[in-house]
Ligand binder design. Sequence first.
Ligand SMILES: [Ca+2]
Ligand SMILES: [Ca+2]
Ligand SMILES: [Ca+2]
Length: 229
Amino acid sequence: MGGALGKDDSPKCCTPETKLEAKMVEAMQRRESEGSTMKSFNSIILKFPKIDESLRKCKAIFEQFDEDANNAIDPEELKRCFRKLEINFSEEEVKDLFEACDINDDMGMNFNEFIVLLCLVYLLKEDPVAVHAKSRMGMPDLEATFETLVDAFVFLDKNKDGYVSKSEMVQAINETDTGERSSRQIAMKRFEEMDWDKNGMVNFKEFLFAFTRWVGIDDCEDEEGEENV
Ligand SMILES: [Ca+2]
Ligand SMILES: [Ca+2]
Ligand SMILES: [Ca+2]
């Protein structure tokens, strides 16, 4: 813990609130020890269209597991989904994941909640023994996209503590040598959007939710349907 780059951020609030978050941070720190292939903040931005395209394709997976087609995956549907994808999480882990991703508390995973959930599964499912296996979940294309998202987070988290702080965000942007003041302002705005609980730190889950918003996943379909639940 506390790598060589740890001096720039004194983590004042990095205590995981739940068991799941602790596991998530741990898995991220393990992944971070391998480094990132991203070279700049811009290289992340340039990947947006491809990520967007890939996540949209995930809609078919979502529909497949939304058996009653009510635009939400309920806990029972999720259990069957995990069985099908051979995701062997414990009952408690599945419940924790569900609660963590059910942002609007309606006991259902809507599309963007489901994407975040699958990406967290991807991160958590990393098995040191199977690390060179082609696929962890039997969805290689989608997993490649998840890996890009993990990679982007690793790039931003300079001190590898599993959280992206405001100053790390600034650092990442300053490395991008565009000389444009506006890009810095945009980045800070992005950070504020990500940091829901305003504690100055963004964990991977917050990052993912922000991401689904940036690439425009959640502005499709389900917006107007939300009221009539
Ligand atoms: Ca359903
Ligand atoms: Ca929900
Ligand atoms: Ca950090």
